[in-house]
Design a protein around this ligand. Structure first.
Ligand SMILES: [Zn+2]
Length: 260
């Protein structure tokens, strides 16, 4: 189960690095809800937990923002531990002179296309829904003491299919149109073929022949020792007994059949 989940996560990270140019060290933008969750479930040290989640070679730096911190502070005593922890993280510099809500701040940091290649970690389901509509934003969330990366949304997959030039020159209004078309299912036919294309793109080359790591080395033939001999004799005796037993039970069942 764990192995399965890890390979699923690896595929998602690969999708974002192939289609949106994510590179290590990955950057994770966290909000207060996520920091609170990390502390509540002792997912610490957090950067190690995230490194494992992303199968990264080094711990990813974590970012908050001025507005995220301000919101955490406003939540008061219940979130004071999260506020203290969040204060130790790096801050992404937003352009808000007057603080805005954490959601608005994060969305503005991502802009239309997430040029800084942030992973966004949040427990806020409304924010997660909004993030699915921004191309190239992988979303991380926690469920109890496990972390997950969301599968890329259909809109994001659709966007990744467009050729690069089109993507760069795409206006927000055009992207909105694309979103609408996808959600209305106009492109459902395309979606399935695209899904298949996605699959084949990430198809792993299967090894041919047996896995050399799971094969035993050939042993040079040695004279069987006395102990082994005894063992095999005992085995033989057990086998014979079993056969005898089977025969007997067979006879019995035959007997009942004929009598009935
Ligand atoms: Zn801000």
């Amino acid at each position: 189960m764990r192995v399965k989940r890890r390979s699923r996560h690896r595929k998602v990270v690969k999708f974002y690095s192939t289609c949106f140019g994510f590179r290590e060290p990955y950057k994770v933008l966290v909000d207060g809800t996520f920091v609170h969750h990390l502390l509540l479930h002792r997912l610490l040290p957090a950067d190690d937990a995230l490194r494992e989640l992303l199968s990264a070679s080094r711990p990813p730096p974590l970012f908050t923002s001025k507005c995220v911190l301000a919101e955490l502070r406003r939540l008061g005593k219940s979130h004071s531990e999260a506020f203290d922890a969040a204060q130790l993280l790096a801050t992404a510099s937003c352009e808000h002179d007057k603080v805005v809500s954490a959601v608005d701040c994060i969305l503005s940091l991502l802009g239309d296309k997430n040029p800084e290649h942030y992973f966004v970690a949040t427990q806020d389901s409304d924010l997660r829904a909004k993030l699915r509509e921004v191309p190239g934003v992988p979303v991380i969330y926690g469920l109890k003491n496990s972390l997950f990366i969301e599968q890329p949304s259909m809109q994001q997959r659709k966007f990744a299919q467009l050729d690069e030039e089109k993507r760069i020159n795409m206006e927000k209004s055009e992207y909105k149109k694309l979103l609408k078309a996808t959600s209305e299912g106009k492109t459902s036919g395309d979606a399935t073929t695209q899904g298949m294309a996605e699959k084949s793109k990430f198809k792993r080359n299967r090894a041919k022949g047996p896995n050399p790591l799971s094969c035993k080395k050939k042993k040079p033939k040695a004279q069987p020792s006395a102990a082994q001999n005894q063992g095999s004799q005992a085995d033989g005796e057990a086998k014979r007994k079993r056969v005898r037993k089977r025969k007997r039970s067979g006879e019995k069942s035959n007997g009942t059949e004929t009598s009935s």
